[in-house]
Design a protein around this ligand. Sequence first.
Ligand SMILES: Cc1cc2nc3c(=O)[nH]c(=O)nc-3n(C[C@H](O)[C@H](O)[C@H](O)COP(=O)(O)O)c2cc1C
Length: 189
Amino acid sequence: MENYIHSLKIGNVELNNNIFLAPMAGISDMPFRILCKEKGAGLVYTEMVSSKGMHYDDTKTKKLTEISEKERPVAVQIFGNDPEILGEAAKALSKEADIIDINMGCPAPKVVKNNEGSKLLLDLDLIDRITKEVVKNSSVPVTIKIRKGWDDDHIVAVEVAKIAEKNGVSAITVHGRTRQEFFSRKSRL
Ligand SMILES: Cc1cc2nc3c(=O)[nH]c(=O)nc-3n(C[C@H](O)[C@H](O)[C@H](O)COP(=O)(O)O)c2cc1C
């Protein structure tokens, strides 16, 4: 096990180890993030935050973006489908966050219905525009979190990785299931 644990860098952010707290809506709130940090997590992620909610100054959304000094380094995860609104959120959040992460994996019907989360995996041109705009506007490293594809007929992880790399994304997390699988079956690449 020891060999699997090592320090790493994402952009200019130095992490003590590669054990991360995953972004989990309704779970990865600030107290939980601080607990995980105290137990040794190398990086903690916030729950996903709506870029549209930020755009419209929604109070509940703002609450999700609050960061404590005790939890650093922390990645704030944003979701949405509009490159400009995501860029605007990245610009504001990167004043506080250590890393900005873009959600491209949420399978929830209410998110997918709005062409957000994992639905982005069906529109590589939009992923190109979103990653460009977010990297341009963020003053901290940008990462993305994807599923391996929409369904077994649309496995796009490698194509998305190439687009992300070209546009200056610093790291990619892959959830090894398709959107169609939701959380069923064993995660695999
Ligand atoms: C309750 C719950 C909430 C989640 N919320 C998010 C989220 O906000 N953003 C995200 O990128 N992934 C989210 N995920 C996915 C996890 O981060 C993780 O990628 C996924 O559960 C796969 O890991 P596992 O096979 O260990 O469950 C969520 C998962 C769960 C179970």
